[in-house]
Design a protein around this ligand. Structure first.
Ligand SMILES: C[S@@+](CC[C@H](N)C(=O)[O-])C[C@H]1O[C@@H](n2cnc3c(N)ncnc32)[C@H](O)[C@@H]1O
Length: 224
């Protein structure tokens, strides 16, 4: 982890939180508040979660709670917890989904552990004002590493692809190589990069279980 990680975290939160909180004030419970006017969340979640075995999910950057709605209709027995740095999103979700845990966090240290999947959708795609892309990439990877430690089974996150024909000026498009190297050196030798469900976005899934069947050299549960 970068020695200045905590200071960077606060600088990042100041800029990004203000952007989302401003949009939420303006648009309320609407896709425009989470800067995803096209929606498509259900399709993302379906592919990000497909084939994984889990009974609990931590939604990092829960926004308006669209993952909670998706799970209610597809996997109602899954235990869900949503966290966000914007207080307004957390109170909105608490009203929408009474009895479900939503938590306002000030940093990654506030994120509760104990969930099979930690899922991060649409959350790390905007380089904050005054940051270089490299600084932001290091910050994102440090945050993802801390979140991987909190997951029981999988860390799943999406990102903007490098192979695109248009980039917004502050958008963050990490290279596949950087993502793969980061995961394989800092998280797990067992991972997937998914680039089959949308042309301009990708997702990665890192597995905690890396148990290998001795002598055969396959991941144990892949051999079942
Ligand atoms: C584009 S929205 C996506 C919301 C939701 N995940 C979805 O799929 O619709 C990004 C959300 O992440 C939150 N966010 C951004 N950076 C964050 C961070 N470091 N920790 C927690 N939440 C963060 C924002 O406040 C916003 O609610």
């Amino acid at each position: 982890m970068h020695p200045d990680f905590r200071a960077r975290e606060q600088s990042y939160y100041g800029d990004i939180r203000a952007k989302y909180a401003g949009a939420l004030d303006q648009f309320g419970d609407d896709l425009r508040s989470i800067f995803t006017p096209k929606g498509r969340q259900a399709l993302r979640y379906r592919h990000m979660l497909e084939g994984l075995e889990f009974s609990s999910v931590l939604d990092f950057g829960c926004g308006t709670g669209l993952l909670k709605s998706y799970l209610d209709s597809t996997a109602p027995n899954v235990r869900y917890t949503g966290v966000d740095i914007v207080e307004g999103f957390v109170s909105l979700c608490q009203k929408k989904f009474a009895g479900t845990e939503f938590k306002h966090i000030r940093g990654v240290d506030d994120v509760p552990g104990g969930h099979d999947v930690v899922l991060i959708a649409g959350t790390f795609n905007m380089v904050p004002e005054g940051w270089s892309e490299g600084e932001y990439r290091d910050f994102v990877f440090d945050t993802l590493a801390a979140l991987f430690d909190k997951a029981n089974r999988y860390l799943v996150f999406d990102f903007l692809s490098e192979q695109v024909d248009y980039r917004q000026p502050t958008a963050f498009h990490p290279s596949y190589g950087d993502v793969a190297r980061f995961i394989s050196t800092r998280l797990s030798k067992r991972f997937e990069i998914l680039q089959h469900y949308m042309p301009f976005e990708a997702a990665a899934r890192a597995y905690k279980d890396q148990t290998i069947t001795p002598g055969v050299y396959v991941f144990e549960d892949a051999d079942a």
